[in-house]
Design a binder for this molecule. Structure first.
Ligand code: NDP
Length: 240
């Protein structure tokens, strides 16, 4: 039977490309989203992939969402923690809410999701978790103490959980994308984006499908010896 994969923030941007790539590779995919019903509906109509609305920062909502997916599609063997937001600003102007929203959505979500699927993975002796970090979690970024802290936290979370899951057939890896052409990056002012692209040796923004390529590699059944790793996919912008 096809393995079930849950992709958080799986209806738009990088998550959409991951959901579609997993479906094309034969997985049964559940694409989570947070609030944009219209995009989610369009996505499901276009791809035939079921969309599940719940807030990844809310532990109880995640618990219910994971239970619903398991009941409707089967036990979750593959988890891609992709949902993320930005609330940029320099720290001397950043509100506590901007800090908290980003930490809760980008980092606490990884705990919420992993906690709700890990016991089943341990029982079945198989699991694949991929957490989407960021180049800005590796290198830092002006105006993003909240985002950089959350993404950097993801990289530590990945290594610790990889150690816990190893003996149970569960691998846990991270991908650190560089600048990828999605709504999130389109929100960056054009003059700033131009300067960013000038620093990318490959000379362009990445495509969401190029991140999905890495996810497929890491979640494969025969990728069991790859765990605790961070795969940087950034056009050579930051060589870690
Ligand atoms: P988008 O803004 O294009 O899409 C974000 C997705 O996350 C949407 O599906 C959105 O759902 C979902 N989401 C946001 N908040 C929540 C929530 N509270 N609960 C559930 N779902 C939520 O983002 P990208 O595709 O650009 O980014 C995807 C991931 O990649 C993020 O973690 C981001 O930090 C990371 N990343 C992106 C880079 C880039 O250059 N784009 C670079 C490095 C990392 P909805 O449609 O309902 O809003």
């Amino acid at each position: 039977m096809a393995r079930v994969a849950l992709v958080t923030g799986g209806t738009r941007g990088i998550g959409e490309a991951i959901s579609v790539a997993l479906k094309n590779a034969g997985y049964t995919v559940a694409a989570n989203y947070g609030g944009n019903d219209e995009k989610a509906r369009e996505f499901s109509e276009r791809t035939g992939i079921a969309a599940y609305k719940f807030d990844v920062s809310d532990f109880e909502a995640v618990k219910e969402g994971c239970a619903r997916i398991a009941a409707e599609l089967g036990p979750i063997d593959v988890l891609v923690n992709n949902a993320g937001i930005t609330r940029d600003g320099v720290i001397h102007r950043m509100s506590h809410q901007q800090w908290k929203e980003v930490i809760d959505t980008n980092l606490t979500s990884c705990f919420n999701l992993s906690r709700n699927v890990i016991e089943g993975m341990r029982e079945r002796g198989f699991g694949r978790i991929v957490n989407i970090g960021s180049i800005n979690g590796q290198a830092g970024q002006y105006g993003q103490v909240n985002y950089a802290a959350a993404k950097s936290g993801i990289h530590g979370f990945t290594k610790a959980l990889a150690q816990e899951g190893a003996a149970k057939g569960i691998t846990v890896n991270a991908i650190a994308p560089g600048y990828i052409d999605t709504d999130m990056v389109r929100a960056v002012p054009a003059n700033v984006l131009e300067k960013i692209v000038a620093r990318v040796p490959v000379g362009r923004l990445g495509k969401a499908e190029e991140i999905a390529r890495g996810v497929l590699f890491l979640v494969a059944d025969d990728a069991g010896f790859i765990t605790g790793a961070t795969l940087s996919i950034n056009g050579g912008q930051h060589m870690y």
